[in-house]
Design a protein around this ligand. Structure first.
Ligand SMILES: Nc1nc2c(c(=O)[nH]1)N[C@H]1C(S)=C(S)[C@@H](COP(=O)(O)OP(=O)(O)OC[C@H]3O[C@@H](n4cnc5c(=O)[nH]c(N)nc54)[C@H](O)[C@@H]3O)O[C@H]1N2
Ligand SMILES: Nc1nc2c(c(=O)[nH]1)N[C@H]1C(S)=C(S)[C@@H](COP(=O)(O)OP(=O)(O)OC[C@H]3O[C@@H](n4cnc5c(=O)[nH]c(N)nc54)[C@H](O)[C@@H]3O)O[C@H]1N2
Ligand SMILES: [Mo]
Length: 747
């Protein structure tokens, strides 16, 4: 196969497996399970019995350079947890919600699933089965493949508006032809020492807390590396944080007003004429329209609504625009505002009109190493592809990622329109506890399904409530795998260090077994290793070679638009209809959407619903990540749980006092739609007295399974409906109106 790609490899002193002080060390990459977005280089230490005893960061890996988070350091507790699922189990459909599982063999499980899928395809069409995953994990590759090779176009995430990363990706892809991330030298094997690299003068950290979340292939400690090298931080976060304290400015905006604040900053940058004229004239489309649009807003009104003083908005805008280089490190808060597209557009415009695209220390494009999302899509017949849920209502879903629209999915489950949905495949998602909005509605809709199958490591409230068969998956030390997508920038193998526990199988193997039942031609491999070889082979590597020389970095070229490297015809520019970065989006216009950034007041919110304020006086944001828990995971891991033992709601001490409450009280947090329990964590000045911030994904694995481990009382998503933005992307998971009151005795 022709392969013109150029890779730079990592030099290792030792082979990928070696002996040290009586232990065997296996070099690998840490990616799920347990959940994580990273692929940090790790060294796994096993003893003479083959037991995993210790995990350390790999100092030779350029990505994390020896550093590692607590969830990896505590990996042996996760791998050997007594709560892990150990064999396949089945439950009578009539007993959903009851702890009435029977152990079955793999053969029975795979036969039953395979037969049911085939029968359903014959009777209702394969589109009647929906294949759902949670957040991005390396094992998502075979999930999409299973859906498409079965013939279903309905693969995706059960999260309203796919309000995680996809809105940013879809927006960037539509307006620039690529996805852009902060340049922290992660694309270079020699990192900060690379001669082409320059440290950004300013990093804008917006709706993201990278130090704790390390999201989407971005290692949070890079921000600190950069600060040590002189980078200044400009932040927008309703809470004051460790990083916020060290920033030039932290704009403590009202949750959900991101688009408005960004429009305010753009107005300053444009009206003070501190943007990059040259870049705008040569490479951007629609600047005059953008200028006119942002000037429709009044800066004083922006300050009043966002709660950020005019002087602070001006200061932040000037720091960004006057910097030699600036990058945008943005997070899920941008997707979790319902109108996430215009919010993202306004934010990207900072780095676009200041000429920070594809320059050192600015925004870099995100290449992938090998085949990732879309692996197997060619097997989906065209007439099936057209049936993807949501394509007709939200045509922008036709650009880029082939995922179905989840809010249309839940409607289809309820109404059988545009066609019947008969079954769910849940792999790597605890939907009712975490990803889905309005768990009552999701569970009622799922209750109508003819069958629900799930693959997980642990019993979860979702599986206990809904599944008919559950299959036990492997953690990453027990299997091989490949880091290939996310913000990876590099290829690296995941290497098995220990034998698998119980009867658990890897997600890849499970899908290979089922794939062979439903479409054997599309799953020609005998083993998972053959499949991985096929994937890695598209780069010219073999698995074994990559294991020895990885991570392998594809040569990165800056200023690709000047060199004609984006467009299929080789002319300079970007891969968009106008050949330029579209500040005014012709793609959105073609889809009937507003082509320019705008702001819609969050609803419920204090400005949209002043009538609600008397009863629900506080603005709530949710989900800010903590060190030891990944979404709904890790609650059953003693040391990690000890770091964050209870679900919390953070409140300013004045607010705690105003409502007659105390630090540590158990309270109900109640929105117009529903309520959930939390413990008060009274903060100092880190949070505005008008705002509360709470964590998500809670259940108590120690509680009664048949009460769904108390999940319904603990679920912050009782307060959020399935209500996406106008584009079908984005949902308000991070803004609502609530009241807080003490839990009564016995409740
Ligand atoms: N209110 C509120 N809700 C939110 C958020 C928020 O900020 N606020 N954040 C949202 C976001 S951004 C996301 S991405 C979603 C995440 O939602 P999910 O991805 O659904 O997250 P989890 O609840 O951790 O569910 C993952 C399940 O997969 C299992 N698992 C982990 N690794 C593997 C694996 O390798 N194989 C298999 N088979 N199973 C595995 C875990 O044990 C767990 O039960 O939650 C969303 N929910
Ligand atoms: N430990 C751990 N790491 C994780 C996860 C996890 O569950 N645990 N989840 C992973 C996943 S799937 C994701 S998507 C990422 C998400 O990770 P991030 O993108 O970092 O998102 P959050 O931690 O939810 O919130 C980041 C910051 O946004 C602030 N914020 C809250 N509301 C708003 C708002 O309206 N506007 C603005 N500008 N800021 C706001 C919060 O105060 C918080 O400090 O983390 C990933 N990493
Ligand atoms: Mo996410």
């Amino acid at each position: 196969m022709e392969n013109q790609r150029e890779f730079i490899e990592t030099k290792h002193e030792k082979p990928w497996r070696y002996e040290e002080d009586g232990l065997t060390v296996t070099r690998s990459a840490a990616w799920t399970a347990p959940g994580c977005h990273e692929g940090c280089g790790v060294l796994m230490y096993t003893d003479a019995q083959g037991k995993l005893v210790k995990v350390e960061g790999d100092p030779e890996d350029p990505y994390n350079q020896g550093r590692l988070c607590v969830r990896c350091l505590d990996l042996p507790e996760v791998v050997y947890s007594k709560d892990r699922l150990m064999y396949p189990m089945r439950r009578d459909k009539a007993l959903r919600g009851k702890d009435a599982w029977e152990r079955i063999s793999w053969e029975e499980a795979i036969d039953e699933i395979g037969d049911k899928l085939q029968e359903t395809a014959r009777e209702f069409g394969p589109e009647s089965v929906v294949f759902l995953q949670g957040t991005g994990r390396d094992v998502q590759t075979p999930i999409g493949r299973l859906a498409w090779t079965y013939g279903s176009p309905n693969y995706g995430c059960p999260q309203s508006g796919i309000a995680c990363y996809m809105p940013r990706i879809a927006m960037c892809a539509s307006t620039t032809g690529s996805m852009w991330i902060s340049d922290c030298s992660q694309q270079f094997q020699d990192r900060y020492d690379n001669p082409d690299y320059e440290v950004p003068e300013v990093m804008i950290v917006w709706g993201n807390y990278p130090i704790k979340s390390n999201a989407d292939g971005f290692f949070g400690h890079w921000v600190i590396d950069l600060m040590k090298r002189g980078t200044k931080i400009v932040m927008a976060d309703p809470r004051m944080t460790w990083l916020g304290k060290r920033a030039e400015v932290n704009m403590a905006l009202r949750p959900g007003t991101d688009a408005l604040l960004a429009i305010g900053m753009l107005q300053v940058i444009i009206n003070e004429d501190i943007y990059d004229h040259d870049f705008v004239e040569n490479w951007c489309y629609g600047f005059d329209e953008l200028k006119a649009r942002v000037n429709e807003y009044d800066l004083d009104d922006i300050a009043t609504r966002t709660w950020v003083p005019v002087e602070q908005i001006k200061r932040a805008a000037r720091i960004v625009a006057n910097a030699k280089s600036a990058c945008l490190q943005w997070g899920v808060a941008v997707d979790m505002t319902k109108e996430s597209f215009p919010a993202g557009q306004a934010l990207m415009a900072f780095v676009e009109i200041t000429g920070n695209i594809d320059v050192p220390g600015g925004m870099m494009s995100m290449p992938t190493f090998a085949l990732s999302i879309g692996f197997g899509l060619e097997h989906l017949p065209e007439e099936q592809a057209k049936k993807r849920l949501g394509l007709d209502r939200y045509p922008v879903y036709g650009f880029g990622y082939p995922m179905m629209q989840p809010d249309v999915m839940i409607e289809a489950m309820e109404t059988a329109k545009p066609y019947e949905i008969r079954g769910l495949w849940l792999q790597t998602t605890n939907t009712a506890t975490c990803m889905g909005a309005d768990p009552k509605r999701f569970m009622a809709a799922a209750g109508k399904m003819d069958f629900i199958y799930s693959v997980d490591l642990y019993m979860t409230p979702t599986i206990m409530a809904l599944a008919d068969i559950v299959l036990p998956a492997l953690t990453f030390p027990e299997r091989n795998g490949l880091m290939q997508n996310s913000g990876a920038q590099r290829g690296i193998t995941i290497n098995k260090a220990i034998e698998s526990l119980g009867e658990c199988k890897s997600d890849y193997e499970i899908n290979l077994l089922i794939g062979k039942k439903v479409n054997p031609e599309a799953w020609p491999w005998e083993t998972v290793e053959d499949m991985l070889e096929a994937i890695v082979g598209t780069t010219g590597y073999t698995f074994d070679r990559l294991r020895n020389v990885g991570p392998a970095y594809e040569k990165y070229t800056y200023r690709k638009h000047e060199l004609g490297l984006w467009r299929p015809d080789g002319t300079p520019g970007f891969n968009t209809p106008t050949g330029k970065i579209e500040l005014y989006s012709t793609a959105f216009e073609a889809c009937g959407l507003d082509p320019l950034p705008y702001f819609d007041e969050p609803d419920p919110g204090p400005v949209a619903n002043p009538d609600l304020l008397e009863e629900y006086p506080l603005v709530m944001t949710t989900g800010a990540r903590n060190w030891s828990l990944f979404h709904s995971e890790h609650r059953q891991i003693p040391r990690l749980r000890a770091m964050h033992p209870d679900p919390i709601v953070q409140m300013h001490p004045d607010a705690v006092e105003r409502y007659g409450l105390h630090n540590g009280d158990w309270v109900w947090v109640e929105a117009p739609m529903g309520r959930f329990k939390r413990r008060i964590q009274a903060t100092r000045e880190i949070i505005d007295p008008r705002v509360v911030s709470t964590d998500h994904g809670w259940w108590f694995p120690e509680a009664d399974p048949e009460n769904l481990y108390d999940m319904m009382d603990l679920n912050s998503n009782n307060c959020f409906g399935w209500v996406p933005g106008k584009s079908g992307f984005g949902a308000n998971y991070k803004t609502n109106l609530v009241k807080v009151y003490r839990v009564a005795e016995g409740e």
